[in-house]
Design a protein around this ligand. Sequence first.
Ligand code: NAD
Length: 277
Amino acid sequence: MTRIAIMGAAGRMGKMLIEAVNGDDSARLTGAVVRPDSSLKGADAGELAGQGRLGIMLCGSLEEIVDDFDVLIDFTSPALTLENLAICARHGKRLVIGTTGFNDEQLSALEGYASSVPFVFAANMSTGVNLSLNLLATAARALGDAGFDIEIIEAHHRHKVDAPSGTALMMGRAVAEPLGRDLKTDGVYQRVGQIGPRSAREIGFSTVRGGDIVGEHTVLFAAEGERIEITHKASSRLTFGRGAVRAAHWLMDQKAGHYDMQDVLGLKQALSDDPQA
Ligand code: NAD
């Protein structure tokens, strides 16, 4: 039985995570944290998430419940996630991180915990997106230097605070790496005015924000005469929640290190077993 605590339990993902843990026979919710000033403190976590009473009280600090869980699942903000990594390092806990929007400095701080904390960090926990990353690398190898322009279009709900999405950036890296390109120099994030023709190397990102869109990503390979589109559409956040719980179970057998969903789903192994890869 994997004992799981949820950080940011009152958030859009927090409630989904409570539902995902509650729906998994091998997992038990043993803690749920909300903001220290939240009026929800003391309420039942299951009732907050529409799951009925689970007997787990929402609390205002991770330190309060740090002895009660094996794995913390954290979908909050970069600064808070880094604080939680420090607490997990001190107490020998594992972490599943779904938070996106880390800057370079925050990413290197996160990397610093790879020697002391077993953690999975993935901007998208869905099985479909992680399989898409493999399809994209294959498509990029075949098409990227053969006259196909690569563009990435993503759409999310109106509340999302970072852009482009962490998933769009992951997809960008998946196509850039096999082609020897780098998003720092080849990524194009804005086009406005007299911008001139497109260069062959660039990887363009377009962002749509509106309403309640859960998350949609299309990678377009466009040549003269034909185009290929690889699209993933998430219709429920529960898919991310279930992926995070799967990652939590997987982490129970891992030593300290930085892992991603490709590790959890065995997709890296599948790729390296492929003699064509
Ligand atoms: P949200 O704003 O609804 O939730 C964030 C929650 O964190 C809020 O409830 C907020 O109160 C809470 N929080 C902030 N400070 C806190 C503190 N000090 N203590 C306790 N709780 C605190 O946002 P969301 O839509 O749930 O997304 C959260 C993050 O997860 C974003 O970075 C988003 O991009 C990411 N996300 C990742 C995936 C994935 O599969 N990896 C999927 C969906 C969303």
